[in-house]
Design a protein around this ligand. Structure first.
Ligand code: SF4
Ligand code: SF4
Length: 412
């Protein structure tokens, strides 16, 4: 109950429909949480290495005279600019219009983002601009959690998306974060085929945060999945199995789209990440047709879209990517699950780390709450034994104990 109250107060997520969500307590909680959790990269000695927006804009000025780079999205045949828009954290319709004017053509959203307001905003803007046939709308529906008819529940979810998006078809419909088994469940395969036949979904695919190599291989082998939305960034540089699975999927015609390219956005508001370097690093992997970095203002839009004009690194970007302090300071949770055996209570640490990312890095408390709610009680904070210091260990650089502590301060 205490969790619910705290979450409600802290729920200041993007508010497209303009509901008043400016409760002072909520603001205070968010500020406290953000200040408590802002382990700045500057402290790790990398702040001076950032190439900020101004630098990237300067470097992109001549690039802007070049053409936008486009790639083909696998077997879909869709030609897309290499930089698209992850809309999840955006709540300003004007920003969508600016993104369209800048050249963005693929917009990524989901049924659950901002409790449906995110899809409504896209539907309104696209309708107002009259550009439905010029944009690619990608949305996601999760595998139904209820005990009823999977196909019926999934189709009902898709119908809701179409209504909110004010369209009678989506270009790309993704199954959101399923298990590998759910990807080939008849309750999903059947509606996917029906929706394509009825032209309510031009193409279908999958999006996932964890177990990504297995998801990609399943997508490639099934022949059903046209697209995969994959978390991919510089922290994956040495993940041989994952990199091999990417190549396999691409060779089988699965169109690949990258998300989490900015290592979860850590530092976006702290002014310490070199976003153009991170985005270029991802897109230099030509298995990916495009990426969906999230941006919430015009500066971030311009910074991200400058990358669409050229993928050559500037000297500053090269130096930043090569800096070992940067690698350590990124402390991005790759959702690899390696920490799970080290927790004696079976707590779902990866999903808690993702909850933390949405709250601390994106300041999207609504999405944090939704992610937290995905965790069954037996694996959530309520079942955490509150070891004096969390004994779970990260295979990478994430300080799990600090984040568990942050979450307890936030939700307990
Ligand atoms: S404190 Fe850490 S190791 Fe201990 S139960 Fe909680 S999550 Fe697991
Ligand atoms: S906390 Fe570390 S070990 Fe656990 S899922 Fe994230 S990256 Fe992997």
């Amino acid at each position: 109950m205490a969790f619910a109250v705290q979450f409600r107060l802290a729920s200041s997520a993007p508010d497209y429909e303009g509901q008043p969500m400016t409760h002072q307590s909520a603001k205070r909680n968010r500020r406290q949480f953000l200040s408590q959790t802002s382990i700045t990269l500057a402290a790790a000695g990398v702040a001076g290495l950032r190439s900020p927006a101004a630098a990237s804009q300067a470097s992109s000025a001549p690039a802007r005279r070049r053409a936008v780079i486009r790639r083909t999205l696998g077997r879909t045949g869709l030609e897309v600019p290499i930089v698209s828009m992850g809309v999840m954290n955006a709540n300003n319709p004007e920003l969508l219009r600016q993104a369209y004017d800048a050249g963005v053509r693929l917009f990524d959203t989901a049924q659950g983002y901002q409790q449906g307001r995110n899809e409504r905003m896209i539907g309104d803007v696209v309708s107002r601009l009259g550009v439905r046939d010029k944009v690619i709308i990608q949305t996601k529906v999760p595998f139904p959690r209820g005990s009823g008819d999977v196909k019926a529940e999934f189709l009902a979810g898709v119908a809701g998306c179409l209504e909110r998006l004010q369209t009678n078809y989506v270009d790309i419909l993704l199954l959101h974060a399923p298990s590998v088994e759910q990807m080939t469940d008849a309750g999903i395969v059947s509606p996917f085929k029906d929706l394509k036949q009825q032209k309510k979904a031009r193409f279908v695919g999958v999006s996932h945060h964890s177990n990504q190599a297995a998801v990609l291989r399943t997508a490639a082998e099934s022949g059903l999945y046209d697209v995969a939305l994959v978390g991919f960034n510089v922290t994956n540089a040495n993940d041989a199995d994952f990199l091999a699975a990417l190549k396999t999927a691409a060779s089988r015609g699965v169109g690949l789209i990258a998300m989490k390219t900015q290592t979860g956005g850590r530092g976006r508001n702290l002014g310490v990440l070199n976003h153009t370097a991170l985005l270029k690093w991802v897109l230099r992997h030509t298995e990916f047709a495009t990426a969906v970095p999230g941006f919430t203002n015009a500066d971030q839009l311009n910074e991200s879209f400058s990358v669409a004009y050229g993928l050559d690194y500037t000297p500053e970007e090269q130096a930043w990517l090569a800096d070992k302090n940067v690698q350590v300071a990124l402390d991005f949770c790759k959702q690899c699950g390696s920490c799970l055996p080290s927790c004696p209570k079976g707590v779902d640490i990866p999903t808690l780390m993702r909850t933390h990312m949405y709250a601390a890095n994106y300041a999207n408390f609504e999405q944090a709450r939704a992610t937290f709610d995905e965790i069954p009680a037996r694996a959530s904070l309520g079942n955490c034994a509150s070891c004096v210091e969390c004994s779970a260990h990260c295979a990478n650089t994430v300080v799990i104990a600090q984040r568990i502590s942050d979450l307890k301060a936030m939700y307990a």
